[in-house]
Unconditional design. Structure first.
Length: 630
């Protein structure tokens, strides 16, 4: 066996072992927190070292240097983790946090693990997240800073204590969510994908809506919403649905940058679609104390509104530019496709049903994974063999390493805030610093987008748990909102914009992937993707001012809020594209934009005014002398 073959086989063995370990603990109960989280990080570190080797210079000396670096990082990560595993009973029962003196070895191991995690994160995500984390790690050692940043200074042992020897830093809530929930759902997605569900969704939606105006673009929207249930990743959506829909959009007349923009915008929304919701839902459940099943339920209406906004924008642009559908001969038979492979949807319904019945997410997803193998066997064409099962286990573990190491890195940011209590001070004085709720929302949106550059949405969300979320909660409670509603609203607001960060320039990961498939300029694709999803950027503001959109209210409040939200999103998309039944003049577009804003403002007078303007525009479009037409 060659060296490359030995490496591939080692990766395969570790990945299958990692998935099997987590399936076992998911089915029979997680182990002690120290053991569960440490083992999770140990598996992830080993896979990263093999899958993402350090850069090697030219010649033999460069190769030796790269090997030495990898060996050092391996020792710096696996030895401290092994020390915790061997002595976990002492750390959970014998040691008293911040009282028992830290040994010299523990200090060395703590520093080594922190540096190793920064390096491993850099290999997987790039420089942005490690650089941000490094700034936060240095912060406790700089005393007497001005304002709310001020503190008296902390020792190295304090940082090692919080980051390495407690469940507040590296091994805190973010890694707990990754080790207990996220990886199981990633494995579930890998099994669904291996069973052929992804291909079924694409073929089904092409056959269903491909014939209509702008058909492939609408296929992109619908397929990305459905595929998001499988992967929960914007980039994964682009690289699955986009490889088909982008060429189809180009074939019927969309320019390359616009095809990529539509796919990027739609795929980003897939990461907001319950039940998986880009994996951040599990972390939200841990930090907010709200059950995962409720978070998935609360997320249904906002996700549907997101896709409604993109679908309408796509439709009006197709009307405006007279983009047709696909030729009938190119359309698969969606009815036959559903008969042949529709049974692959059953595990998703089982997952939802088990969680609605009150079973834990771990129990629900493990038995849903088993059901994928059983259900796929209903037909010979979709049956999964032993090789398919092992490939799914391997792919699941590989897909989880990014989340595992990124949550460990982001956990150090949370640990710093717990050590210095700066987050508490910011929450208490946020209204004085920002001024009004609307300005606070704008600031939070900007922070979410900036922190989300080049990192998974879960990381941007975690970084704000101790800062912007408590600040927004204070604002909303000051506006008269009850504490439970404010809790849910603020966590959802931050989660949404953390997810949308993968769409917006400059580090627009979903747009970069879509531009690569489309062969278009990245910046142009990203800017147009933001424009396509512009209406969706308003959705988080809508549910802040109308919590009934998160099902937080009576049924009449929910129905009223949803009705006005739908009307507002439709008219805003009309204003954005400048076309309704016919193209609109500039004055008409301004009126339409004003109507849309009036419809989403939580005040009945404004809402009725918006409906009146919408009615005027509609009647003018129908009249043959059409005063609002170009």
């Amino acid at each position: 066996m060659t060296l490359s073959g030995f490496k591939d086989e080692t990766v395969r063995i570790i990945a299958v072992a990692m998935s099997s370990y987590h399936l076992y603990t998911g089915a029979f109960g997680v182990l002690d927190a120290v053991v569960q989280r440490t083992a999770h990080l140990g598996f992830a570190a080993a896979l990263i070292l093999l899958l993402y080797p350090s850069p090697r210079g030219n010649g033999r000396l460069g190769a030796v240097f790269g090997g030495v670096i990898t060996a050092v990082v391996c020792a710096a990560s696996l030895l401290p983790l092994g020390y915790l595993l061997v002595n976990f009973e002492y750390f959970t029962a014998g040691r008293i946090q911040f009282v028992t003196e830290i040994t010299t070895l523990e200090n060395i191991y703590g520093v080594a693990l922190i540096l190793a995690i920064l390096e491993l994160t850099r290999r997987v995500t790039g420089m942005v997240l490690p650089a941000i984390t490094a700034v936060f790690l240095v912060f406790p050692f700089i005393p007497n800073l001005p304002g709310i940043l001020g503190h008296t200074g902390y020792l190295l042992s304090d940082t090692i204590e919080i980051q390495y020897l407690t469940l507040a830093g590296i091994f805190g809530v973010p890694v707990a969510a990754s080790a207990n929930f996220v990886i199981l759902f990633i494995i579930f997605g890998a099994f669904l994908e291996r069973s052929g569900l992804g291909r079924f969704i694409i073929d089904f939606t092409v056959g269903l809506v491909g014939r209509y105006r702008g058909g492939p673009a609408k296929v992109s929207v619908i397929a990305s919403a459905m595929t998001g249930t499988i992967s929960g990743s914007a980039m994964a959506n682009v690289l699955t649905t986009g490889t088909l829909t982008i060429p189809l959009m180009r074939r019927i007349g969309y320019p390359a940058f616009m095809a990529g923009a539509i796919e990027a915008a739609a795929s980003t929304g897939g990461a907001l679609m319950p039940p998986i919701m880009g994996n951040v839902a599990f972390i939200m459940a841990q930090f907010s104390g709200v059950s995962y099943a409720l978070i998935a339920l609360y997320g249904v209406i906002p996700a549907l509104l997101y896709f409604l906004g993109i679908f309408c924008t796509v439709h009006w642009s197709a009307v405006r530019y007279d983009v047709g559908g696909m030729p009938p001969e190119d359309l698969p038979d969606w009815r036959q496709n559903f008969r042949d492979r529709g049974h692959l949807l059953l595990p998703i319904f089982l997952l939802i049903g088990l969680m609605v019945e009150g079973y834990s997410p771990q129990f629900a997803v493990v038995y849903s994974i088993i059901s994928v193998v059983v259900v796929a066997g209903f037909r010979k064409a979709t049956r999964m063999g032993v090789r398919d099962i092992f490939i799914a286990l391997e792919n699941g573990a590989k897909g989880a390493v990014l989340v595992a190491i990124a949550t460990a890195c982001a956990g150090m940011i949370v640990g710093t805030f717990e050590l210095t209590a700066v987050g508490v001070k910011l929450a208490q004085t946020g209204n004085e610093l920002v001024g009004t709720l609307f300005v606070g929302l704008l600031v939070t949106m900007a922070v979410s987008v900036i922190l989300g550059m080049g990192v998974p949405p879960s990381v941007s969300y975690i970084a704000q748990v101790a800062v912007t979320i408590p600040m927004l909660q204070m604002f909303l409670k000051g506006e008269g909102m009850d504490a439970d509603t404010a809790l849910v609203v603020t966590h959802f607001f931050v989660m949404y914009f953390a997810t949308l960060a993968v769409l917006t320039p400059p580090d627009a990961l979903a747009s970069i992937a879509a531009a690569g498939v489309a062969g278009s300029p990245v910046l142009k694709t990203a800017s147009h993707a933001t424009r396509v999803a512009f209406v969706a950027f308003i959705v988080p503001f809508m549910f802040v001012y109308r919590p009934a959109l998160l099902l937080l209210g009576s049924w009449d409040e929910v129905l009223t809020a949803v009705g006005f939200a739908i009307a507002g999103i439709v008219i805003l998309s009309i204003a954005l594209e400048g076309c309704f039944l016919k193209p609109l003049s500039l004055p008409a577009r301004i009126l339409a934009f004003a109507s849309g804003l009036a419809l989403i403002v939580p005040h009945i007078t404004w809402n009725l005014s918006g409906l009146a303007i919408l009615a005027v525009i509609g009647m003018a479009q129908w009249r043959p002398w059409n005063l609002l037409r170009r």
